[in-house]
Design a protein around this ligand. Structure first.
Ligand SMILES: CC(=O)[C@@H](O)[C@H](O)COP(=O)(O)O
Ligand SMILES: NCC(=O)COP(=O)(O)O
Length: 241
């Protein structure tokens, strides 16, 4: 079984578009957890275009009522981000190598180049009892160093999988993810996955039991326009259990 963590970035985007607290992030998160989702993910970016640092505090407070569920905060480890993570102490923090002005996340860490910067950050987070995840491209050779610099898990960046899902290269791409996941497991890392996953492509990626958690937001929100939020969350849970 693979855990579902629902990313609420797009709820934040909708809310912020009118400058009012509607939709309310905590209400959607509560409903999502009550539907059976394992966790909630947000990715507060420096411009707070969608998820905000306040959301992190509000969601941490909500999760206190759900001892078996988790909050995952994703983002680039600049000072503001680290301050909010160290203040809120989520169950999991996924470090993502995004520039402030990126439209969305589009690459994983270059751990060989970035290891000196990452080591102390990882140490700070783990000292607070936070599980640390590195957002990584599906490159098997990089997993050993990710473990050596202190990561607990990697999150495989799945855009290439999603964009190639209907192509002739699908099977080859899927195999590269399976190999990267196995390489991570072989060195003692847990494996998460995320980005552009949807109801169509999720099952094959998670087949085989290597992936502990997926975080899904954009497609889930769009699919909800057709099927309704409650139904879509249940549909993901059925595919993942
Ligand atoms: C790290 C990742 O791939 C996504 O979780 C990311 O949070 C998407 O960010 P946007 O919702 O800003 O596109
Ligand atoms: N880490 C992936 C995530 O949280 C959501 O990505 P997406 O489903 O919005 O592409």
């Amino acid at each position: 079984m693979t855990h579902l963590s629902v990313n609420l970035n797009k709820i934040g985007l909708l809310r912020n578009s009118r400058g009012r607290d509607y939709p309310n992030m905590v209400s959607i998160a509560r409903k999502t957890l009550d539907l059976g989702a394992f966790g909630i993910t947000i990715h507060p970016r420096p411009d707070q275009r969608h998820a905000t640092y306040k959301d992190a505090h509000d969601l941490k407070n909500l999760l206190k009522a759900y001892p078996d569920k988790e909050l995952n905060i994703e983002g680039f480890p600049d000072k503001a981000f680290l301050d909010v993570v160290l203040e809120t102490v989520p169950h999991q923090c996924t470090l993502v190598p995004d520039d402030p002005n990126q439209l969305t996340s589009d690459h994983g860490w270059n751990v060989a180049r970035d290891q000196d910067a990452l080591r102390p950050v990882i140490g700070q987070l783990k000292a607070k009892g936070i599980r640390v995840v590195l957002f990584m491209d599906p490159i098997a050779e990089n997993m050993k160093l990710a473990k050596e610099i202190g990561a607990d898990r990697v999150e495989l960046y799945t855009e290439e999988y999603a964009s190639g899902y209907h192509s002739d290269a699908k099977d080859e791409i899927l195999q590269s993810y399976q190999e990267a996941a196995q390489a991570a497991l072989d060195v003692g890392l847990g494996v998460n996955a995320g980005h552009d996953l949807d109801l169509t492509n999720i099952a094959e990626l998670c087949d085989g039991g290597r992936i502990t958690e997926v975080s899904i937001g954009h497609a889930l929100t769009v699919e909800s326009l057709d099927f309704g939020w409650d139904n879509v969350v249940k549909m993901y849970l059925e595919k993942l259990n």
